[in-house]
Design a protein around this ligand. Structure first.
Ligand SMILES: Cc1ncc(COP(=O)(O)O)c(C=O)c1O
Length: 350
């Protein structure tokens, strides 16, 4: 990459090996179930996560929506966090596309929904109420400092879900980051859930796509929803070929992104005018605050950094957090360059 792009891990380019795999992939028509490369990816993803079947989808959003609508009908209710990506940043798709009512709970700073609040949100069977059909968790929780949910917590939520006959879906857009941070195999993290989705196109570096996993009957339902959403692709083996490289090559190295996030955070924490909580740096994303003493606002900081080829996402408001995300293209040397760029940008006005 020709810039040091910390805005997200979605900015990652495919590696040369992925480009080669895409160029030479064996192809078929996936709407006819005939794309061998795509079928292999789905089978490999399902096996990796210990589920019966997998479904390639165009994006994390399409995966979460396909899963949610495979669990819920119109007027049913899904319990999820107010800052969960599925509620906050998927264009209202649950209600807009699926007529699914949401019960929004307050996420704790560590991304957990309090167990008592989940229990209290599950409706009794009464014609006045929507039927609770689904609980959604997010791990790592993108809005809560990229914090992974501990396995025991997921198991506790799953036990509540099971007791009430409610499904549990995990939005694991960065599931393998959570697994690496916790030192727990991803399959164990999703074992208590009925379904999970993870993205190939974030820390795993593929250009396009996510995978939803679950039992075979659920995946057939999700496949039909995916079709409704325009996600029935034809020669989808092209992106799937890159996705297979993601599974083979990228999962094992993801801890490096966490190590570099920490290097970066530790360096930034020493720069005046920056406030960040090092304890919260657990995966490849963390947030910092630019203090008013900097004399420039986050937008001006982003402009100064861009002059040094460092990209961050920033608003004009000092109260807004700035999120930084490391990924495959952020190397040790890049971290040094980024720290120097921050020092330069902030010295300007100190
Ligand atoms: C936690 C989480 N879930 C889902 C998504 C949606 O993924 P996509 O942008 O591929 O639709 C994102 C995107 O950043 C995310 O951070």
């Amino acid at each position: 990459m020709d810039q040091y792009d910390l805005r997200s891990d979605t900015v990652t380019w495919p590696t040369p090996e992925m480009r080669e795999a895409m160029a030479t992939a064996e192809l078929g028509d996936d709407v006819f179930y005939e794309d061998p490369t795509l079928n292999a990816l789905q089978d490999e993803a399902a096996a990796l996560l210990g589920k019966e079947a997998g479904l390639f989808v165009t994006s994390g959003t399409q995966g979460n929506l396909s899963a949610a609508l495979a669990h819920c009908g119109r007027g049913d209710e899904a319990i999820l966090g107010k800052t969960a990506h599925m509620f906050r940043a998927e264009a209202g798709s649950l209600s807009g596309m699926g007529g699914v009512h949401s019960s929004q709970l307050s996420d704790q700073p560590d991304g957990q929904l309090p167990l008592d609040a989940i229990r209290a949100a599950i409706r009794v069977d009464d014609e006045h109420y929507p039927r609770t059909r689904l609980i959604c968790l997010e791990t790592p929780h993108a809005d809560c400092d990229g914090t992974p949910l501990p396995l025991e917590y997921v198991q506790q939520v799953a036990a509540i879900a099971k007791e009430h006959g409610v499904a549990l879906h995990i939005d694991g857009a960065r599931l393998f980051n959570a697994a690496a941070a916790l030192g727990v195999p991803a399959a164990e993290l999703v074992a208590p859930a009925d379904s999970a989705s993870f993205c190939l196109s974030k820390g795993l570096c593929a250009p396009i796509g996510s995978v939803v996993v679950g039992d075979a009957a659920f995946i057939e339902r999700a496949r039909r929803i995916r079709k409704m959403l325009g996600g029935g692709l034809r020669q989808a083996g092209v992106p799937a070929a890159a996705g297979r490289v993601s599974l083979q090559r990228m999962i094992g190295r993801i801890g490096e992104d966490h190590r570099r996030a920490r290097m970066l955070a530790e360096g930034l924490a020493q720069i005046p005018h920056i406030r960040l909580n090092l304890e919260r740096v657990q995966t490849n994303m963390f947030y910092l605050h630019l203090l008013p003493s900097a004399g420039i606002n986050p937008l001006q900081l982003s402009q100064r950094l861009a002059e040094d080829d460092v990209l961050i996402m920033a608003s004009r408001d000092h109260r807004e957090r700035i999120r930084l995300v490391t990924h495959y293209w952020i190397t040790d040397e890049a971290v040094e360059h980024i720290l120097a760029a921050f020092r330069r940008a902030l010295n300007h006005h100190s």
